[in-house]
Design a protein. Structure first.
Lengths: 339, 339
């Protein structure tokens, strides 16, 4: 079941690459965390409580790190990137809260997310608060360019989420439609986060666009690997149960490839389990067997490597240095998670 | 059961006041509607579909009319107020969509709102899209002052909604807490909408603040009367069923006053029906009887008249003219709805 990804000789250990990048922006990231805690404060106590449930829970802070590292790569020496990185994390957290809101049909399966603890409505409203607060922070920063980038990204994320909703449980979704969904709902924020780093450093448009391209392609690779991990064994360390996507009937590339490559009987299996959500206990094991049989995880990782390569080339215009090396290392890190 | 509100001699018929105001900004409002339709477009078909369900359904467009009329009052002759009025309506629509998202407990009662037709998640995501689109429109307009006013208003609305959530079904809520909720969740957007009109006209700060104060106090009066109407008979013309607030256990001023003025037995009634939501068929009639007995509707209208008077005085610094007269008339219109 393991997916083996080989790395070129001489490259750093992928696991260490993220630590290296975070180490480079450690001081800035601590400042971001302080801004986050300070600016999610509200006299309405439930707001910091619920926001802390998800913001303070941490995670890798990959998106704000993009802004911090991009600004450094561009030689920026001010402090604006700190509050803008906090904006990026607020927008990400708002989308997580809203993404967790479940439809009636899914409530029945009793997920344990923020909305399960605090209720759908609280998740929606605190998400709105964080989203508005992000815009307030941007207004304080005062750059219309930054506001344009992040308001556009926010619209695109929402469009991607709605698109995903309309393709959900549809096994005939094309690979291109699926890619459009993850480009919008995941990659757009990585792209905007990285571009903002170049904007605050007042670098030429070519560097803004290079960082945007890096973020976009890294984000696509990141999501593809996330989708692989959902079917990969030994991923308990990620705090994610294997098979969640399958049980929800979520359409991801491993499933799409297995469906397209399968025979009539296999397609009937996918239709029953994923479209009709008529699942039995042994179905997850069968799904994983079919995905393995058709090399769907291996080939999804292959697609991710393609986007990783594009992200790598996007950074070629920047001179060598510790920030560039660390940003390149993060591409390997994202993909190596599938080992 | 009727609440009689008398009007000073010589004032225009309140019903006509809103039509007069809308007539004054008719051309601009048509332009706003065109911007709304054009800018809620998305390649993701569900977005305009669901947005149309609520935006195109119309309503009085009271909030964007505030922006249009305030700009006119300030002598503005450009076109910026049109797209900013559309922003205001997008923000309002986003909050309506999010406000309709129901918790598990309320799904059981089967409300027929946008979320009932399209699902909770679609309502949340399309709301996010409209909200982001509003910020994109503001960025295109390019005024950081406008962005500051409307991002602040959006945060305050979200805080108000969360505050309402934490006070819901609590009969011991103070009148001040209740006022704080409606000040945030309803009045803040009226205030911001009116202030933006003065900002685009580049008027002195005193006029910005006068219009903000007008909007804020009008918004409070408007919401107080809305809460009265929920217990007032003969309001089918509003498309709103009498008793919705009661059935949801929603805390509004008529209920708070009746609770505070009631004896132990009456308070036990309110606790059972509103806090525990243990309601029988005859309870709504009993609730209305108690509210009538304690003059709670009459006194809520009295509170609304107080805020209406403050709104009226806020406009005193502006010279007389058709816009000012119409804006003053709208105060009477809002309050006269309770007749």
């Amino acid at each position: 079941m393991g997916v083996v990804v080989s790395f070129e000789e001489g490259r750093e250990d992928p696991e260490a690459a993220l630590s290296t990048l975070i180490g480079l922006v450690r001081e800035d990231l601590d400042a971001v965390n302080q801004v986050i805690v300070r600016r999610m404060h509200s006299p309405v106590a439930l707001i910091p409580q619920l926001a802390a449930h998800i913001v303070a829970a941490g995670g890798k802070r990959l998106r704000p790190v993009m802004t911090l590292a991009a600004a450094r790569l561009c030689g920026y020496r001010g402090q604006r990137h700190v509050s803008l990185a906090a904006c990026v994390e607020f927008i990400h957290t708002a989308t997580l809260l809203h993404d967790d809101v479940v439809d009636e049909s899914m409530l029945r399966r009793g997920l344990a997310s923020a909305n399960a603890v605090f209720g759908n409505k609280a998740s929606v409203l605190v998400g709105d608060f964080l989203f508005s607060r992000a815009f307030e922070l941007m207004v304080e920063d005062g750059s219309l360019s930054v506001l344009a980038i992040l308001s556009r990204a926010s619209s695109v994320i929402a469009e991607g989420e709605v698109l995903q909703l309309t393709t959900s449980n549809d096994t005939t979704t094309s690979e291109d439609s699926y890619l459009e969904v993850i480009r919008c709902k995941t990659a757009a924020l990585f792209a905007a986060a990285a571009r903002v780093g170049a904007v605050v450093a007042e670098r030429p448009r070519a560097e803004e666009e290079a960082l945007e391209s890096y973020g976009l392609n890294l984000g696509i690779a990141f999501q593809l690997i996330d989708d692989v991990l959902d079917y990969a064994a030994n991923q308990q360390k990620l705090g994610k149960a294997v098979g969640d996507d399958f049980r929800e009937g979520k359409i991801t590339l491993p499933l799409l490839l297995a469906f397209r490559r399968g025979d009539a009987e296999e397609r009937a299996f996918w239709k029953r389990t994923v479209e009709e959500l008529d699942q039995r206990e042994e179905d997850l094991a069968e799904a994983m067997r079919l995905i393995e049989k058709h090399g769907a995880l291996r080939d999804t990782v292959g697609r991710a490597r393609h986007y990783g390569a594009v992200a790598r080339d996007a950074l070629a215009i920047f001179p060598d240095g510790p920030e560039k090396r660390a940003l390149l290392g993060v591409i390997d890190f994202c993909i190596a998670r599938a080992r």
